[in-house]
Design a protein around this ligand. Structure first.
Ligand code: SF4
Ligand code: SF4
Ligand code: SF4
Length: 357
């Protein structure tokens, strides 16, 4: 498509500027750098599949992740007798202390692969060991169909997880059956581990280069989950897909459309206006302590080392007032929200409130 360039094996090494006038330096595998000027940035960097570190993964060619199992099923690489008994374990390496979040797609991926295995071997016995099944919305129908098709769902508690050993090259899964109330052992011709998603390598560096926040799970953090779900605090930068959090393809596409619309709303403008209320500095009393630079969430304040003063990028400033609240000298202020004006508003509000008591 004209106007679209796809650069592979390229990383962002530096990015600066503001909405409507970003400048990003990219570096390819050979170390060659090039600068790109752009009006907005959309981050759709995706997520990576987590690699299991338990259940004897890597010790037998009969143990797969859901992703690997999907691939061998699609390529008809597994003989039918290797699908006689299939055990799937959900929440592998997920929803624990190290990775507390739910990846939201591995339960539906397990159901999809279970149906595929049944297509390949209609007599296959499939057991899904789960903690909770995340088949939300219309996926619930998929789960109901799976039960009707004879797929057995057996819950396990996190404090009593299934155990796997390899006996004569075959994985053997032991777990407590809550209905039989005793331990059950299954010899699995195929053991499939439902692992989750993790932020891709390089997310931390990317967030640092672009001055963006990450959530405690390491994914990119939006400005406001309710009101600005695809925006970052930094104006003109948007996120979509699993770069933000684990989600399905349909959800990622809906979020991508939203990010594209938000970006288009900026790109179609001839001019970009700064916020109505922006910050400034009373230079005569500013001590250049740089507290305001550190607290500004929009990176709108910086030190002009040549002039020896604090400067405010009017296009980046959102008038949040964080600098004014933090300034120890009273030098940082938001135009239109000076102390006198603010106190007048407070007094008028209180007068009104007391008048109605
Ligand atoms: S989607 Fe299912 S398997 Fe994946 S973390 Fe959530 S509950 Fe566990
Ligand atoms: S008001 Fe101050 S802290 Fe808030 S965006 Fe503007 S310069 Fe930054
Ligand atoms: S916090 Fe106040 S005194 Fe310190 S650099 Fe900023 S404006 Fe100047």
């Amino acid at each position: 498509t004209p106007g679209i360039q796809v650069l592979t094996e390229t990383e962002v090494v530096e990015s600066c500027g503001r909405v409507g006038a970003f400048r990003t330096v990219l570096q390819d595998k050979g170390g060659r750098k090039r600068a790109v000027e752009h009006g907005v940035t959309i981050l759709a960097t995706g997520a990576a599949a987590a690699s299991p570190a338990e259940y004897c993964y890597g010790q037998s060619d009969r143990i797969f992740t859901q992703e690997e199992f999907e691939e061998v099923l699609a390529q008809f690489k597994l003989p039918k007798d290797r699908l006689k008994t299939v055990v799937m374990i959900q929440c592998v390496g997920s929803r624990d202390e190290k990775r507390p979040y739910c990846s939201r797609v591995c339960c539906s991926a397990a159901l999809k692969n279970a149906f595929k295995a049944l297509e390949w071997n209609k007599d296959a016995r499939i057991y899904v060991l789960y903690r909770d099944l995340m088949t939300y919305g219309f996926l619930e129908g998929y789960y109901t169909r799976a039960r009707a098709a004879g797929i057995r769902f057996i819950p396990y508690r996190p404090e009593r997880k299934p155990e796997v050993s390899i006996q004569e090259g075959v994985p053997v899964v032991r777990f407590q059956d809550p209905i039989l109330q005793r331990e059950v052992q299954i010899r699995a011709e195929a053991l499939v581990l439902s692992t989750g998603m993790v932020p891709p390598e390089g997310t931390e560096g990317l967030a640092q280069s672009l001055g963006l926040d990450r959530n405690p799970d390491g994914f990119l953090l939006e400005a406001d989950a309710k009101w600005r779900p695809v925006d970052f605090l930094k104006e003109g930068v948007f996120v979509c897909g699993t770069a933000h959090s684990p989600r399905s393809i349909a959800e990622s596409m809906a979020q991508a459309k939203s990010a594209a619309q938000r970006a288009l709303a900026i790109l179609r403008r001839e001019e970009i206006f700064s916020a109505r209320m922006v910050a400034d500095v009373k230079r005569s009393i500013c001590t250049l302590c740089e507290t305001c630079v550190a607290v500004c969430p929009y990176e709108a304040r910086s030190v002009d080392t040549e002039e020896g003063m604090i400067v405010v990028d009017q296009a980046a400033c959102q008038g949040c007032g964080a600098c004014a609240a933090a300034c120890p000298s009273g030098a940082a202020f938001v135009r239109g929200l000076e102390d006198k004006t603010t106190m007048a508003v407070v007094e008028a509000t209180l007068e009104d409130a007391f008048a109605h008591i």
